[in-house]
Design a protein around this ligand. Structure first.
Ligand code: CO
Length: 460
């Protein structure tokens, strides 16, 4: 019996515990060891890493990927892609999605896990197609949630559609840690029966269910589980790699992992974690178990976002109220799974509703776009009265939103950037995060000129 592991410390654990603030230099020395640990794959890119590299770390995300690739020639590198959202927070045209997927594979990605926050397959199709065409594996992710309109059958149907689109595996993506051991067992069995593809399990420790959920999922035939090396495990992150390895090995599973390497990796990340605790980036709250999420379905990351949003507004006392408002907003909005970008939409709206004292008095541009149907088809219809309050008489769009977007975004961006962009990758960074990328290009240029002048002076 085999069960394989995807290590998440560089992406999801990093994102869930320390707001994705691990700089490349903080993990570079351990990559070679990770490369020989026997992981099925290492999730190291995509999600929030791209934005944070440019915005906060002064790093070119493409360069980061190439460096990881060079250090890890033997391990499959994996990224998380938000379907038609790519790694941004809105929809992009098909041309941009295709270019981004090709560039990701070209720079070193082997597996692209693709999800849509609404599980709308029309938002997955292009990314899946292009991944397969580029020679990488598309892993189709189910954004798992529970609601009056979600059932086992919803997910089986989704998996069938993704299989028809060409995915090489199906991932159950439980971003909130609400998948119970029994539900995991039933869902894995149903998927294995229906689609005959490897099933990958992804969950978070948030509610304390994760270890049990993985055990039952593996018992039901799950092929791969997502875990994080122990110092970056637990709380809003994934369960510990070592713990599951020992447990499953004893039960007779071959994990392919090398224990001495896991020990070295854990030892390496302990002082890294200590530094993040010391400077306050790693909030101890993120490391605790919070069973409220079973009711509120707050995914890893969203809880800390809510906290920091309220803190910035000097309204921390409204935290509990905002937590209670969140599932109400979600119901109004047609029960979207809570994952980027819907988690931000719903979370911010809940905060607004609580702070302004009147529900849907303040509504942001993104929420309007959501109500117009720009994010895709919602699992259930949006509450008619709420939609009317937000949109007035404006009608939702009837077509797939990406089809209404201009097809020349890339060419326009390339022209606008001129020589500031040195590659297609630069142009893509700019399309996803215009201001942030421009600032990054400017500081990159300034850094180089500094170095340049210095060497000229030295020569003279
Ligand atoms: Co996750």
């Amino acid at each position: 019996m085999n069960v394989q592991f995807t290590e998440t410390v560089l992406r999801d654990a990093n994102q869930s515990l320390v707001a994705t603030r691990l700089p490349y230099d903080s993990f570079a020395p351990i990559l070679e060891t990770m490369d020989r640990a026997g992981y099925y794959s290492v999730e190291c890119w995509g999600g929030a890493t791209f934005d944070v590299c440019l915005r906060f770390l002064g790093e070119d995300p493409w360069e980061r990927l190439r460096k990881i690739r060079a250090q890890m020639p033997n391990t499959k590198l994996q990224m998380l892609l938000r379907g038609q959202n790519i790694l941004g927070y809105k929809h992009y045209s098909d041309d941009i999605v295709r270019r981004f997927v090709r560039a990701s594979v070209r720079n070193g990605i082997d597996i692209i896990r693709i999800f849509d926050a609404l599980n709308d397959v029309t938002n997955l199709k292009v990314a899946i197609e292009e991944t397969v065409k580029s020679g990488a594996e598309a892993s189709g992710a189910i954004s798992y949630t529970t609601s009056p309109v979600h059932s086992l059958n919803t997910y089986v149907q989704l998996a069938r559609e993704m299989k028809a689109m060409g995915v090489g595996s199906v991932c159950i993506k439980d971003m909130a840690g609400i998948l119970t051991p029994k539900a995991a067992y039933d869902l894995v069995r149903a998927l294995k029966d229906a689609v005959d593809l490897p099933v990958v399990m992804h969950t978070h420790c948030t509610t304390g269910l994760a270890f049990m959920t993985y055990l039952k999922a593996v018992e039901a035939g799950a092929d791969v589980i997502d875990t994080a090396i122990s110092p970056f495990s637990g709380g809003t992150s994934q369960p510990a790699t070592e713990t599951l390895h020992y447990t499953l090995k004893e039960l007779g599973f071959d994990t392919g992992l090398r224990e001495e390497k896991l020990l070295q990796i854990a030892d390496f990340f302990k002082p890294v974690r200590a530094d993040f605790i010391a400077d306050g980036t790693l909030n101890p709250i993120s490391l605790t178990t919070d069973t409220q999420c079973l009711t509120y379905q707050i995914p890893g990351g969203m809880l800390s976002n809510l906290l920091s949003q309220l803190k910035a507004l000097g309204a921390l006392d409204k935290f509990d109220e905002a937590l209670r408002e969140t599932p109400k907003v979600r119901a109004d909005m047609g029960y979207p799974p809570l994952v980027t970008p819907t988690s931000q939409l719903i979370g911010s709206q809940a905060v607004q509703n609580v702070l302004s004292g009147e529900r849907y008095k303040n509504v942001g541009a993104e929420m309007r776009a959501y109500c117009r149907g720009e994010y895709g088809k919602t699992p259930a219809p949006i509450d008619a009265a709420v939609r009317k309050k937000i949109l007035g008489d404006e009608q939702p769009i009837q077509t797939r939103y990406a089809d209404t977007l201009p097809a020349d975004t890339y060419e326009k961006a390339a022209r606008e950037l001129g020589s500031r962009a040195r590659s297609e990758e630069d142009v893509l960074s700019f399309i996803l995060f215009p201001q942030v990328a421009e600032q990054f290009f400017a500081s990159r240029q300034a850094e180089e000129e500094k170095v340049c002048r210095y060497s000229i002076e030295r020569v003279a």
